[in-house]
Design a protein around this ligand. Structure first.
Ligand code: ZN
Ligand code: FE
Length: 256
């Protein structure tokens, strides 16, 4: 199965842009280019010629570099067909259930609305890699701006069902503040406390906390635990509808 070489580039305050290379056919993708210069500089340093921009959603901190990178490299811009009008320079529209061929690798495309109404995620099963933009974060999830709480819970539930060894390449370094919130709603969760200590150590050393493994998220991310009885009990919502629990937790986070 095709491997991927994945490089993480921190830009702006807390965004991660990913440079992804499929070595057999030398495809090079940029996932959610917030901007241009640091991405082009890193690609040049590596000697990688960009062939694709791969977008998860339309927000400017994910598509801001699209047009200029396309102009300089002639790359193909891949993004959600549902949102074609808001993805600058889109060439290849992908939708739920599609297989996106990237060199010798391929990604399954998932439609995951909620943060925006057209958000998608890319799962490279052969590389255990999930690029989920602003849908799932480490110990958090994106704000529900355009979709409904119901949609966001469904989207997260689909991502949650992927293999537990999957690496979650989300688009922001929000883990530490997410953990502060998570501990406030799920204080007795040992997996969360363990992750809290690990993340603290990593941030003190200036290291990224992303990607995490999906299995770690299942155990410690409150937004993936809305249907779990111990978490519902901790919130005083035992037996409640998971969407109601998710909504409560998301609203609390919004005002945390
Ligand atoms: Zn966003
Ligand atoms: Fe973002």
């Amino acid at each position: 199965m095709a491997q991927l070489d994945i490089r993480q580039i921190p830009v702006l305050n807390d965004n991660y842009v990913y440079l992804v290379r499929e070595p057999e056919q030398n495809a090079v993708g940029v996932v959610d280019p917030a901007l241009v210069e640091p991405i082009m500089a890193e690609a040049e340093r590596l000697g990688w010629a960009i062939t694709h921009v791969i977008n998860t959603h339309h927000h400017g901190d994910h598509t801001g570099g699209n047009l200029e990178i396309k102009k300089r490299t002639g790359c193909t811009i891949v993004g959600p067909g549902h949102d074609r009008d808001r993805i600058p320079g889109i060439d290849l529209e992908v939708n739920d259930g599609d297989t996106f061929k990237f060199g010798a690798a391929e990604a399954d495309v998932f439609f995951v609305p909620g943060h925006t109404r057209g958000h998608i995620a890319y799962w490279f099963a052969g590389a255990d890699a999930l690029f989920c933009g602003d849908t799932l974060f480490s110990i958090g999830c994106g704000r529900v701006f355009e979709g409904t709480m119901d949609q966001m819970w469904s989207s997260l539930s689909r991502l949650r069902a992927l293999p537990s060894e999957t690496r979650v390449y989300c688009a922001h370094e929000y883990t530490q503040s997410n953990i502060q919130f998570a501990v406030s709603v799920d204080p007795n969760n040992l997996a969360l406390r363990t992750r809290e200590a690990e993340v603290k150590r990593k941030r003190e050393r200036g290291e990224p906390t992303v990607p995490s493994r999906l299995g770690e998220e299942l155990a410690a991310n409150p937004f993936l635990r809305a249907d779990q009885s111990d978490f519902q009990a901790a919130l005083g919502m035992a037996g409640a509808d998971p969407v109601a629990v998710f909504t409560k937790v998301r609203q609390r986070k919004d005002s945390f």
